[in-house]
Design a protein around this ligand. Structure first.
Ligand SMILES: Cc1cc2nc3c(=O)[nH]c(=O)nc-3n(C[C@H](O)[C@H](O)[C@H](O)COP(=O)(O)OP(=O)(O)OC[C@H]3O[C@@H](n4cnc5c(N)ncnc54)[C@H](O)[C@@H]3O)c2cc1C
Length: 468
């Protein structure tokens, strides 16, 4: 399929339909509005076409179409980009959601997964074998985006980041070439896609390592949000055995059926705990958290690991603003600031999320992958979720205010949680020599910056022609 570069931005929908087996969705089609909707609300972009590719060959064709027409290319896996990067205004959306094949080799404990799968789908299928690869805290997030960013979730202290279990990948480059990459084959590309996001090509398949994670001790524990509880929670989370990973959301208690009505809307620590080890050891590991205060709700129990992802709410499209950073400690002053700021928040839902890191994640050398924050102890995400996009300024100011108080030293940033934060924050996601290496790899695999609708790494500028 060739399109004339002399007519940029013109594509023939009938020609595309005739060429591809995958679904081609154009602005006049009935499913167009649904297909251009992404997870976050307030993002209303109108792509010229959305192509749900059927296989890697078609991915290559669509990449070539973008290159030859000069049209903007958005790549979509699960559609959860916080910056709305998975939908283009006027360009092409390459939507991987029909590519969901998964082949699990239970004997070898590996899986080949197409990148249209969500974390929840992959986890449910692997769970049938008592096996798991760690993703994040939300089942509807696509394995495409979360893996390329790093992947910090319920198994982070036990088994590391998602990328620490990535064994190989198949990637369609800007030239339309399908490459297999692993530690030995195109190792520069394999290094860069482990944390460098969608800058280097379209990942069509990942090969993951699986771990034996059958029944875990896990679930929601809700505690009152006092500065003491917040500070002690983080201290216990850091001191806990590595089998235990926690995510503490300090936020107003949602009206969940198991939360007594008198606590709804009150500030709580809504924590998710997962202990991936022996069940009795799990009970012991969770005990110190239960002892921090009388729990307002305690749903922590032995359960099959996939149950950690409740069913998705398909029509939930929040408008949100946030700030991500790393800190070395949550001391008394920080815990007080969290409580004070959350009490003063005007957003219907405001949250300070605290994730104790360390364990397996910290044992990987910082230079081994493009995620370089291996030594950071705690990830903090401050966010406000609200209803009307025109309220953004006030909530952004609130987020900035709390983030400024919590900021310590080199704040750093996790690329997976960056929104439209600007180039300086992208640099913070890739400290030191990581940035220079990424720029060089980008120059090799995407010299014209075809893959630019992302947290963009500009390729090395082309060398000037020698005089004469
Ligand atoms: C509710 C929610 C909870 C989250 N929780 C966590 C968490 O616990 N841990 C964590 O680490 N992150 C978390 N994240 C962040 C999440 O990992 C990123 O937003 C991620 O990019 C989403 O992936 P996606 O495939 O769903 O998104 P998409 O919007 O489809 O993709 C995001 C971007 O990634 C790139 N991309 C996606 N797939 C491919 C591909 N196959 N090839 C090339 N480029 C691709 C593209 O640049 C695309 O624009 C969360 C996000 C949300 C919204």
């Amino acid at each position: 399929m060739r399109f004339s570069p002399s007519h940029p931005t013109t594509i023939s929908i009938p020609q595309l339909r005739a060429t591809l087996n995958g679904r081609v969705i154009a602005p006049d089609d009935a499913g167009y509005d649904q297909a251009r909707t992404v997870f976050y609300g307030g993002i209303d972009r109108q792509p010229a076409v959305i192509v749900r590719t059927a296989d890697a060959t078609e991915v290559s064709q669509v990449v070539s179409l973008a290159r030859e027409t000069g049209m903007e290319l958005a790549v979509r896996s699960g559609g959860h980009s916080i910056a709305g990067h998975s939908v283009s205004d006027g360009g092409i959306v390459l939507d991987l959601s029909d590519m969901r094949a998964l082949h699990i080799d239970a004997g070898r404990r590996t899986a080949w997964a197409q990148t249209g799968l969500t974390a929840g789908e992959y986890t449910a299928a692997a769970g049938a074998y008592g096996l798991a690869t760690g993703f994040g805290d939300t089942g509807s997030v696509g394995i495409g985006g979360i893996t390329l960013g790093g992947g910090v979730g319920y198994l982070v202290r036990t088994h590391g980041l998602t990328i620490d279990d990535l064994l190989a990948a198949e990637v369609v480059t800007a030239a339309g070439q399908l490459l297999r990459t692993d530690a030995e084959t195109h190792p520069d590309l394999f290094w860069a896609i482990r944390g460098g996001g969608g800058n280097f090509g379209v990942a069509t398949r990942f090969q993951f390592r699986l771990h034996q994670v059958d029944r875990v001790v896990g679930g929601i524990l809700i505690l009152p949000a006092t500065p003491d509880v917040i500070g002690s929670f983080v201290a216990e989370a850091e001191a806990a055995p590595e089998e235990l990973s926690t995510i503490a959301n300090v936020m107003p208690a949602p009206p969940l059926p198991f939360v007594p009505a008198e606590h709804h809307g009150k500030l709580v620590v809504m924590a998710m705990l997962v202990h991936a080890g022996a069940l009795e050891a799990g009970d012991r590991a969770v005990a110190p958290f239960r002892a921090l205060a009388t729990p307002l709700a305690d749903m922590v129990r032995p359960m099959p690991y996939p149950e950690i992802y409740p069913p998705d709410e398909e029509e939930y499209h929040p408008v949100a603003t946030g700030r991500t950073m790393f800190v070395d400690a949550v001391d008394r002053g920080a815990a007080e600031a969290i409580v004070d700021h959350l009490r003063a928040a005007t957003a219907p839902m405001a949250v300070a999320q605290l994730r104790a890191l360390g364990g397996a994640m910290a044992r990987v050398p910082a230079e081994a992958t493009a995620f370089a924050h291996r030594g950071r102890r705690i990830m903090v995400n401050v966010a406000a979720v609200y209803e009307r996009a025109d309220e953004a300024a006030v909530h952004q100011a609130w987020v900035s205010g709390l983030a400024a108080v919590l900021h310590q030293g080199d704040g750093g940033a996790y690329v997976g949680f960056l929104g439209e934060d600007g180039q300086a924050r992208i640099r913070e996601a890739y400290p030191g020599s990581t940035w220079d290496r990424l720029v060089a790899v980008k120059g090799r695999y995407d010299p014209t910056n075809l893959f630019r609708l992302n947290h963009n790494i500009l390729p090395t500028p082309p060398k000037e022609a020698a005089p004469g």
